[in-house]
Write a protein that binds this ligand. Sequence first.
Ligand code: MAN
Length: 351
Amino acid sequence: MLKRRVQTVVARPVDLSPSRDDFEVVGVFNPGVAAMDDQTVMLVRVAERPRNDRRGFTALPRWDPDRRLVVDWLPNDALTPVDPRVVCINKTGRARLTFTSHLRVLRSRDGHRIDTWDGPRFQPQLAWESYGVEDARVTRIGQRWYFTYVAVSPWGVATALASTNDFHTFRRHGIVFCPENKDVVLFPERIGGSYWAVHRPVPATPFSSPELWLARSEDLLGWGDHRRLAGGDAGWEADRIGAGPPPLRIEQGWLLLYHGSRPSRRHGRVGAYCAGAMLLDADRPGDISARSTDRLMHPETDFERTGFVPQVVFPTGIVRVAERLRVYYGAADTCTAMVEFLIDDVLGALA
Ligand code: MAN
């Protein structure tokens, strides 16, 4: 396990106000991160759900076509719980989320403490976002900040692209990876003349588990030349792996942190989410030059072990500060945390 140099909880659900008075924030986590001139900007995922229970019913929130947050109350006997986040509607076999997410902008001068809590929101607006928008991954390309995000709706779990200059106004570019695909990260520059992305298709049949794939694009919108990058080889990543923060260019190549989980031993639970890393060749990002031999991060502290979804560390943002890496991550699908590692320690853990 890597030595954690500095570690701090950056944001908790109590720090944020819900979208409606009768809702509660259950998670502020999985932040996309942009290191701008004098501040660290975080595009956090805010998950919320109705505050009050109705006996015998489950609340299933969604955004309606008029962009209002509404709640469908369904009788419990019409549903089968899947995990703390998901239920299945017995009649249709379709999944619904027990919460909904939007993205909110938080700003920090020192990268540790938030100075601005009430930043702009990026809320569901379109049909294919009606169950929520989640898990932004922010990459600076040229003068603009691009972010992929997960768009969830009755049409499935897709990845869409948006961009901004200032984190005040946003431009949507549409779905870039159709359902089911998430954990899409963009490389910050062209390599061999093309843009590149790591993505994570989710197979519908058990021929394979969800794994890392690579794709190429000329315009960030149309993606092709797909090829498999890596699967979960070790036990801790055997169930699924997905990219963490966007790849970071260091002297030795592209450093890609990723998350992995093992199958849960208990029905209805999610296996622990841990993090590893790989180094990709600077000019041929499909070539893995080195990979962690064990987990670099695993749920250790109370705030990583207990929460809305227990036992989760889920890195989504990275900032280099001289010889250190600040890794921003979601802890137990509840808080946003930051941990610092020495780059040399990370590289020393790869073989
Ligand atoms: C999984 C989890 C949830 C997420 C849904 C939809 O169940 O990652 O947090 O809301 O997928 O993306």
